[in-house]
Design a protein. Structure first.
Length: 212
């Protein structure tokens, strides 16, 4: 049993698909782009948004930055709460706390949004520390977020594990000397999680592994 568990947020603790895809569609409409099937936007869940606008819609770096600002017009007021906590997550976090394991949030989402989400769903009390990116774009890469969390909490890498649903979580953990646990119930494929120490299919299975 490790002493610290670093958690991704989107696709790991909560299912943000409706809010994120609505916000992306809102931003795309600003540029005259219509999307009929929101599932085609699921790849936006997890990676830095600027990267996704560039990768999937061919935006320039400058336009991608602008698109994120438009995205936030919708997300900050409405999309942020078009979200749900995965079944079993509050119970898992409570069990970790009861067993002396400290939960740390490590998300590429701007911290101002991540904290509001945790507070809205009454999850904030379970977290020892929350780390995220800044609205300015600082610390948006997952490895940078993980490294920041480790430094701020003085966590030795060999006493912690990263939990997430995308390859960015696994690669970011590896860059910081941490093992990773991949969760298949989120928005990443099993293929992109294959470098994780293990892959779990449910919150219940994740809890069991973290407390073993």
């Amino acid at each position: 049993m490790v002493s610290y568990v670093l958690f991704d947020l989107d696709g790991t603790l909560t299912d943000p698909a409706i809010g994120i895809t609505n916000a992306v569609m809102y931003a795309l409409r600003h540029y005259g782009i219509a999307v009929a099937d929101r599932s085609t936007l699921y790849p936006f869940i997890g990676p830095p948004l600027t990267d996704s606008f560039e990768k999937y819609f061919g935006f320039s770096k400058e336009r991608a930055v602008e698109a994120v600002e438009v995205y936030r017009e919708y997300f900050s007021e409405t999309g942020i709460f078009e979200n749900r906590v995965y079944d079993g997550v509050p119970e898992m976090l409570r069990a970790l706390c009861d067993n002396g394991v400290r939960a740390v949030l490590a998300t590429s989402k701007p911290l101002v949004f991540a904290d509001r989400i945790l507070e809205h769903f009454a999850l904030k009390p379970y977290f020892y520390y929350t780390a995220g990116s800044e609205l300015s774009g600082e610390r948006v890469e997952k490895a940078a977020v993980i490294r920041y969390a480790l430094e701020q909490c003085h966590i030795p890498p060999d006493s912690a594990v990263m939990v997430g649903d995308r390859s960015y979580d696994v690669a970011g953990a590896a860059a910081c000397g941490l093992p990773a646990i991949g969760v298949s119930y989120g928005y990443g494929s099993r293929e992109e999680l294959k470098a994780a120490r293990c892959i779990v299919d449910s919150v219940e299975e994740l809890q069991k592994i973290l407390l073993t």
